[in-house]
Design a protein around this ligand. Structure first.
Ligand code: ZN
Ligand code: ZN
Length: 146
């Protein structure tokens, strides 16, 4: 999917679910890492993380688009557009948008366990088992999950 079809989908969802048009631009932005999308308060444009499609599916993409469109429409209508605002929560539920973008691979968690004392270590990244040993008993660690 390219930026042009993303634009069309956002415009269509805006009309179908919100009854109002989306008049700015929506583009894929691969620099987004921790969020599925972003609404820019100054330009009114919407950025979408391409991983929502490559690692998830079209339904997830639509949920993220609805989330960003909630920010957009509430902001332009001078209503509560922030996550903690009642207007935002209400509208998000009405259009069945996603509360949070789904976790992507970068938040994968690795657990390691000490081969001697069973102490558990949870890390966001893989660790080098030749370098790191248990901090309690200095024995070797092994990977517990993948
Ligand atoms: Zn948001
Ligand atoms: Zn140990």
């Amino acid at each position: 999917m390219n930026n042009r079809s993303l634009q069309e989908i956002v415009e269509r969802i805006s009309l179908d679910s919100f009854g109002q048009s989306f008049d700015y631009s929506a583009t894929f932005n691969s620099r987004l890492r921790t969020t599925g999308g972003r609404y820019n308060l100054k330009t009114h444009n919407i950025d979408i993380n391409p991983k929502m499609l490559s690692e998830h599916d079209e339904l997830t993409l639509q949920g993220v688009i609805k989330h960003e469109l909630c920010h957009y429409h509430l902001h332009l209508n001078n209503m509560g557009y922030r996550h903690r605002d009642r207007d935002f929560k209400k509208l998000l539920a009405e259009v069945q948008g996603l509360r949070y973008a789904p976790a992507n691979e970068s938040v994968h968690v690795y657990s390691y366990v000490c081969t001697k004392c069973d102490q558990l270590y949870v890390r966001k990244r893989r660790i080098d088992l030749r370098k790191y040993v248990c901090s309690k008993c200095h024995s070797r660690l092994k990977l517990k999950n993948k």
